[in-house]
Design a protein around this ligand. Sequence first.
Ligand code: ZN
Length: 295
Amino acid sequence: MKTLREVLDESERSKFAVGHFNVSDFVTLKAITESARELSAPVLVGVSESERQFMGVRQIAALVRSVRDEYDLPIFLDADHTHSLLKAVEAAETGFDAVVFDNSQKPFDENVSETKRAVEAVKAINPLIIVEGEIGDIGSGSELHETIPDSSRILTTAEQARQFVAATGVDVLAPAVGNMHGLLRSMARGEVHKHLDIGRISEIKAATGIFLTLHGGSGTDDGDLREAIQVGVNIIHINTELRLAWRRGISAALANQPNEVAPYKILPSALEAVKGVVRGRLELFRSEKSATAGW
Ligand SMILES: [Zn+2]
């Protein structure tokens, strides 16, 4: 079984991105793992602090491990948006493959010192765990927003990124490059797309030389995502699109089967809706060279 670092190294060489999909229920997890199996694609399953609290830290770890063991697929588990050292340590001790340590809301110097501490603590538990740090503001909440959450969003500069990576020792950096968590209603309807600052991504990649993650990938222009992968984005997070598909699937099933009460007869509609999104995204994140990387 490949390690997450090996998969990320391949993504660097072959110019593909690893899809990162958040879960807070079994239907979404099943949709992700079935899609990954069908396409032989590596995937990251993400759980934020709130999603972990709902699923259970040990329970989600056991579920992902059981899928990995049964199908021998590179499916990895990420402690997404972890705000405290305590939660980072808990995830590392539970066997997570990656931790996103997010203190980006704090002043830069404090973010640097707290992230450095988290990197040291997590690596002391298992040096193979991939630690990601965040700088800049990409808003919060993978949900529908009426307006862009904060009009004063700050984009990451290459110099800030260089300083942050050198001082913290993170394996992966999540910059703010025009991306945003959640979707505006116009984006959910597909009328408007998010656009990325590709030049800025190139500069940040050149300044840091490490793996880059794009958070808030839902609703982003397909062409921009392809270009971002070409200039060095290794991981792309998709959450809101999955949540919308899940809700659409559940609503349709309840409307079409007004007398049905068996969950396993209602939930396949949500499963198929989420799978449609996951498959589409994985196909977009692939590259021509992916075949040589095994998918
Ligand atoms: Zn995120």
